[in-house]
Design a protein around this ligand. Structure first.
Ligand SMILES: [Zn+2]
Length: 107
């Protein structure tokens, strides 16, 4: 018998009015989820649902789409998504991510 661990997912969208040092935040995220990316060439962007080269991934600032808390979290998306869905367009796109991979932005 095998047990599949169920990790709940949560809908998020890009946060508004955040600063753009996103490469740093990808590293921050990797550190916290303890992911070793040295073996990866590409990454699946949950936001646009495409596989993109790993060096095009950034740590996006996201918020929960249902606004159930005020916290800003870090979650990786591709650079294109991060640049597309900001300010006025941030509300245009929602995507689901595993709740355990949302890393709160430090104060
Ligand atoms: Zn993307």
């Amino acid at each position: 018998m095998c047990t599949i661990e169920f990790i709940p997912s949560v809908k998020v969208k890009h946060a508004k009015g955040t600063t753009d040092n996103s490469e740093v935040w990808f590293d921050y995220w990797l550190e916290h989820v303890k992911e070793d990316i040295s073996k990866y060439q590409s990454w699946h962007c949950e936001c646009c649902d495409l596989d993109v080269p790993i060096n095009k991934m950034v740590g996006a600032h996201v918020v929960k789409a249902d606004n159930s808390d005020d916290t800003i979290y870090i979650y990786p998306t591709c650079d294109t998504c991060n640049k597309t869905y900001k300010e006025g367009k941030a509300d245009d796109k929602e995507f689901s991510v595993p709740i355990t991979e949302l890393i709160p932005l430090p104060d």
